[in-house]
Design a protein around this ligand. Sequence first.
Ligand SMILES: NC(=O)c1ccc[n+]([C@@H]2O[C@H](COP(=O)([O-])OP(=O)(O)OC[C@H]3O[C@@H](n4cnc5c(N)ncnc54)[C@H](O)[C@@H]3O)[C@@H](O)[C@H]2O)c1
Ligand SMILES: O=C(O)C(=O)C[C@]1(C(=O)O)C=C[C@@H](O)C=C1
Length: 304
Amino acid sequence: MTKSNIDTFQASAPSPLERAGERIYVIGIGLIGGSMVLDIKSLHPEAKIYGIDTNESHLQEAIALGVVDAGATFEDLIHADFVIVSVPVDVALTVLPKVLDVIGDNTIVFEVGSTKTPICEAVANHPKRRNFIATHPIAGTEFSGPSAAIKGLFQGKTNIICEVEKTTFKLQEKALQLFSDMGMRIRYMDPKSHDKHIAYVSHLSHISAFMLGKTVINKEKDEQDIFDMAGSGFESTVRLAKSSPAMWTPIFKQNRKQVVKTLDEYISNLSKFKELLENEDYEAIYNEMQSVNKIKEILNGMKK
Ligand SMILES: NC(=O)c1ccc[n+]([C@@H]2O[C@H](COP(=O)([O-])OP(=O)(O)OC[C@H]3O[C@@H](n4cnc5c(N)ncnc54)[C@H](O)[C@@H]3O)[C@@H](O)[C@H]2O)c1
Ligand SMILES: O=C(O)C(=O)C[C@]1(C(=O)O)C=C[C@@H](O)C=C1
């Protein structure tokens, strides 16, 4: 079964988390894992939320902030109803098979990484593959760690789900109901298409912000006043350059081929703009910009 359009999930049964005391384990209690469990706690106050994080200070901070109820170990996952894996994508490749090794038959495991092909491949032949659902919530900020978690982060956002047909139907339903309760729209996509499209709309934007930031920081060394002139235009364009290198390096590594392709296209557009300016072809420059103004309608359409 391949679904390609955006769906709003309609459950055939009441929300599975309505049962008292469901046990949710979140591995990686940062921005995304923390935001997920804040929503779950708010929707289902009776659920018990356990956190696993190799960064002890993140775990302690998450407990202090009330993001999780207590810490846990991998062995405890045998008791889990849900496991959310929200670690950097390179870590996910090794953590996911270990999680699937431990869980029981009715546990649903989902992962939220920004790449999908390597992650789907990492679990393809695991005997518990049917307990796993590959997701990518298209929501976030430039901040990380448990203190960056936001309740309601996923409201109105899209969740891309890959290879849904490989997950047991009953467990699919359970996960989809949860995403729907968080206010997410579902879009089904194969992992390769996901990685191709996301390279344009997310990965390239981050490289562009990082390198814009670099260009301005380098200049600042010579001309100290430059930041005094930076207004909200610069700030909004460079916002993503505050993002975590620990999260983004493995994303670029895993999606290297697609990202290199998008960079070629982007660099070619930049070179063309430079050439037009050197040639003082202002009519062409005007037309270039005018043709891209339609991004306004495209983005407004996406928000509806
Ligand atoms: N930041 C975003 O905007 C965004 C959006 C959608 C998806 N994602 C994806 O979500 C995942 C998590 O990103 P984030 O923004 O929440 O990052 P984050 O840095 O805020 O959180 C990641 C957490 O994982 C922990 N961790 C690292 N290695 C671990 C291990 N071996 N075992 C247990 N915990 C470990 C870190 O200590 C940290 O607390 C990534 O795969 C990312 O690609 C991020
Ligand atoms: O809004 C931001 O700050 C984000 O970086 C969120 C963002 C994005 O690129 O849109 C970042 C990575 C993801 O995998 C999904 C969402």
